[in-house]
Design a protein around this ligand. Sequence first.
Ligand code: AMP
Ligand code: MG
Length: 482
Amino acid sequence: MAAKRAHPYMSPMTITIPFDNSFARLSDAFYTRLDPQAVRDPALIAYNEPLGAYLGIAPASEQTRAAVFSGNVTPKGAAPLAQLYAGHQFGNYNPQLGDGRAILLGEVCAQDGRRYDIQLKGSGRTPYSRGGDGRAWLGPVLREYVVSEAMHALGVPTTRALAATLTGEDVYRETLLPGAVLTRVASSHLRVGTFQIFAHRGQIAELKQLTDYAIARHYPQVSGPMELLQAVCRAQAELVAAWMSLGFIHGVMNTDNSAISGETIDYGPCAYMDAYHADTVFSSIDQMGRYAFSNQPRIAVWNMAQLATALLQQMDDPEGAVEEATQIVHAMPDMWETAWRRRMGAKIGLAEARPEDQPMIENLLSLMQEQHADFTNVFDALARGQARDHFVDRAAFDTWYHSWQTRLEREHNPTAVMQRASPRVIPRNHRIEEMITAAVAGDTAPFHRLMAAYGDPFGTDDLELMRAPTADERVPATFCGT
Ligand code: AMP
Ligand code: MG
């Protein structure tokens, strides 16, 4: 057969992805269509084979994956676009944000019928880049890859990581760093801020269209804006309770980083705590501690109040609906507390913790805080009967321990309950930093080691990764230098 110059997307350098792009079928009020910017020399760092197979993405060579997931080749059926949104950042409304360094390639329906976005992050400038370069460097790309996949293995709703590629170009972040692209998979990228922008602009037709779209995509069982609000409040309350049962601090709970789906999104300056303290903050830009560990439930409520305000603009009688919206948002702290008590109760072996059990959980956390005990290791040790060693003041622990043992007499199999609720490992900040430093130097072995252990967080026996950092190893801050 005569050699024929193929259309770019028909070239052998492409991957068959079964796209079905519902968001791109909405009007262009919601996005700007554009292709990712090509990069100089793409190289694949990681590809998530099981996730790719689940999404129905055909196998391909490493070179082809590098080309597609760096944005150099647009696969057939993609409808690349940058999404528009706004959002409150640290409490201040920014009237226009949007995908400044991300491109939604399109959506696929997985084997089980669930719909997912496939997005490239770090894929170049868009109309929403403002002053930014549209790029990402290797550090945050690998951080998100590892931490989001760990989150998934821990059973918490989250965006996923499909691929990481190097671009072969440097990006400038105070110094020159290797550029990279993350391919992120999410059940959608609709955010509180996606609703806010149309509400603030008075684009009520678009606001209604978006509301219908979000309901159909995420909560088909509900009807109308107020039921949508309630469903999102419930999902967010559950999410924050799950985070806190693992010692996770999101770090930048702005409304543009608050997903309508209830998934964890945007792994910027996030971190898991080592020693427990309720006021822990990692993010170097969170000077006021707005997004401190124990503030997260309040912030989630605040974010849902912003969603309520946006959704109300489409009601025929917004004034009349305010009361209903207020009630829905005000029900959130109870939802969170119930979810938190259930999860924390399980961590001390209670199959169904009741309100009267709460002081037992709180007393343990107080002891841990006073004695700088490691959050993950204490709960893992409780499940294995060796927690006493983690407390300097053994007598104080013994007092708690005896009342706990008395309470456990009423439980059937507390050990099994605890071992299901408390992982052996979480992605500790110093390990993430160590992994990034190695990867920048060309060594991806630590990345693969972390992925192996964090992929099996309840069963791993990688003792070194279970160990809390020493004072010298501790990395107390994360930077937003994305
Ligand atoms: P984030 O802090 O990642 O939630 O991003 C907040 C906003 O800043 C979003 O609109 C991003 O698209 C945008 N942004 C962040 N980094 C960059 C960058 N390097 N270039 C362009 N836009 C960016
Ligand atoms: Mg964001």
